[in-house]
Write a protein that binds this ligand. Structure first.
Ligand code: SF4
Ligand code: FES
Length: 253
C-alpha cells in the first residue's frame, strides 16, 4: 500500500437547493487531505472548511460508512461510487487521487431519484418497490415450520445469497442510460424466488414489484450491462434474466 501523505485537491461539487431549483457546479480548493482518509472524510473536511468560512456545508448521504447500508451515493468523475470497482463511496480512499487533481462530485441522477439537496437524492422509490413484494409472509399461528428444516440445494442457496448482497444503493439505476432499476429488482426477486420459503408468493411478488417499478418511472433494460459493472456488490445480470423468467411464468399461470 502506498504510504500516507497529504495532497491538495480541487473539487467541482454539484450544489442544488432542492428538486425545484436549478443546480450548478461550485469550485472549492482543499489543502492537506490525507491519502488515508476516505472520500466521505474528505467531504467532512470540506464541510469543516465551509462552516469555518460561514458558508453552507454540502449535503450528502451516508450512514454505516462500512459498505453495507447503501446510503452513500455519489458520481465521482463520472462514475458511480468513483474510480474503484466493487466498492461504495464510503470505501473509496483518497489514495486513489493525486496531488493537484480536480475531482467532479455529482448526485446519482435519475428521473426516479429526485434531488433533495446538493448530493442527496430521494431513493424512496426503492423502498416502495420492496414494500410491494420484497418479503416473505409468515403464518405465525404456532404451526410454523422452522426455516432451517427445509432443505435448500447448495447451488440455489449460493445464488440466493449472492442476490441478497444487493444493498439498494442505486448505482445500477444512476449508471444505466435508461434509468432502469432491473438489476435491483432482479436481485430482490431472485433472492426469494430461489428459496423454498419464497416460492409460495413468487407469482404475485414479481408482478407487484415490476408494476411498482414501472409506476415509479424507471426505464427499461436494454441489456447494456453498465449496471453490473458499476454495482459495488457484483450483482450479476443473471438476476435480470431470472426476473424476466419469473415474470413470464407468473403471467402465464
Ligand atoms: S444491484 Fe448493485 S448497484 Fe443496484 S442497488 Fe443493488 S447493490 Fe446497488
Ligand atoms: S455509508 Fe453505508 S454503504 Fe456507504
Amino acid at each position: 500500500m502506498a504510504s500516507s501523505k497529504n495532497i491538495n485537491i480541487n473539487l467541482k461539487v454539484w450544489r442544488q437547493k432542492n428538486a425545484k431549483t436549478q443546480g450548478a457546479m461550485e469550485t472549492y480548493s482543499l489543502a492537506d487531505v490525507s491519502t488515508d482518509s476516505s472520500f466521505l472524510e474528505m467531504l467532512d473536511q470540506l464541510n469543516e472548511q465551509l462552516i469555518g468560512e460561514k458558508k453552507e456545508p454540502v449535503a450528502f448521504d451516508h450512514d454505516c460508512r462500512e459498505g453495507i447500508c447503501g446510503m452513500c451515493s455519489l458520481f465521482i468523475n463520472g462514475q458511480a461510487h468513483g474510480p474503484e470497482m466493487g466498492v461504495t463511496t464510503c470505501q473509496l480512499h483518497m489514495r486513489k487521487f493525486k496531488d493537484g487533481d480536480t475531482i467532479y462530485v455529482e448526485p446519482f441522477r435519475s428521473k426516479a431519484f429526485p434531488v433533495i439537496k446538493d448530493l442527496m437524492v430521494d431513493r424512496s422509490s426503492f423502498d416502495r418497490i420492496q414494500q410491494a413484494g420484497g418479503f416473505v409472509s409468515v403464518n405465525t399461528s404456532g404451526n410454523t415450520q422452522d426455516a432451517n428444516n427445509i432443505p435448500v440445494p447448495k447451488h440455489d442457496a449460493d445464488r440466493a445469497f449472492e442476490a441478497a448482497a444487493c444493498i439498494g444503493c442505486g448505482a445500477c439505476v444512476a449508471t444505466c442510460k435508461n434509468g432502469s432499476a432491473m438489476l435491483f429488482v432482479g436481485a430482490k426477486v431472485s433472492q426469494y424466488a430461489l428459496l423454498p420459503q419464497g416460492k409460495i408468493e413468487a407469482a404475485t411478488r414479481v408482478q407487484n414489484m415490476v408494476r411498482q417499478m414501472d409506476e415509479e418511472g424507471f426505464g427499461n433494460c436494454t441489456n447494456t450491462g453498465a449496471c453490473e459493472i458499476e454495482c459495488p456488490k457484483g450483482i450479476s445480470l443473471e438476476n435480470i434474466a431470472r426476473m424476466n423468467r419469473e415474470y413470464l411464468k407468473a403471467t402465464l399461470e
